[in-house]
Design a binder for this molecule. Sequence first.
Ligand SMILES: C[S@@+](CC[C@H](N)C(=O)[O-])C[C@H]1O[C@@H](n2cnc3c(N)ncnc32)[C@H](O)[C@@H]1O
Length: 296
Amino acid sequence: MKHESVLVKEIMTIIQPRKDCIYVDMTLGASGHTKKLLELSSPTGIVIAFDKDREAIKNSEKIKEQYENRLILINDDYANLEEHLGKLGIDFVDGIIFDLGVSLDQLKSDRGFSFNTDAPLDMRMNQSKPLTAEKIVNHWDMEEIEKILRLYGEERFAKRIAKAIVKQRPIKSTKELAELVEQAVPRNVSLKIHPATRTFQALRIVVNDELESLQIGLEAAIKYLKVGGTVCVISFHSLEDRIVKQIFKDYKREGELRLINKKPIRPSNDEVKSNRRSRSAKLRCALKIKSEEKND
Ligand SMILES: C[S@@+](CC[C@H](N)C(=O)[O-])C[C@H]1O[C@@H](n2cnc3c(N)ncnc32)[C@H](O)[C@@H]1O
């Protein structure tokens, strides 16, 4: 099974990629949105695509030629947008996409992102960073583990799970962790999701510093967007969506952005049917209407 890109038609209708323009895909992944941007901005549009996962970048190297070398790949955190645009000598871009979270390639890998695949507890998108999920579960204090489960997993059984983790460590694999969480959660509680979903979400957010990157990256994106350009963000859980909603609201108040959709756009029933991962996707888009003077 291949990664299926989410809300592609909806995003392209809003961004309307054109020739001679520059677009940024902040989250290349399996390159679905990037390819569509390249096709629709043919023959002269440029796409700059970020991914902090080396594998994702490597997998897309081969499509560069197919698109007349109009694709620039950057293996870094999108929070560093400003630095890279500076190096490329680019002052403004015409459209920016964020498709947050993990790709199917990552979920299926042996890097510990999913409790459906038994693997070592790693969860790093950027494998050169030192912090892994294994370090958190086996070396952090119980209170710290409880705190991140509550904060980044919105896990109501954070205390029970943290206690069980500390009691049963060392924990080495995703399977061990998922089973332990399942046993720690009270049996009479009916959950719509796997009991370990929130624990895995919390660990992944902390390992990859996801919310901090989003905050920095989205503000940088708005700064580098041309007046008349659009920024689109697909989020997959409420913590991400809350950050996007708040930043858009702040910039709207400053008169820099106009919201294209007040309520988030959701995938159609047909899309959810053919791609289950899309069911929790929420798309927020905004148009830049005024440029704040850049400090530099
Ligand atoms: C959901 S996938 C993107 C899928 C892509 N839009 C597609 O159509 O194939 C998210 C990707 O973003 C990358 N990513 C997440 N946070 C990032 C960050 N802060 N900086 C750079 N890449 C990031 C992940 O490594 C992953 O490959």
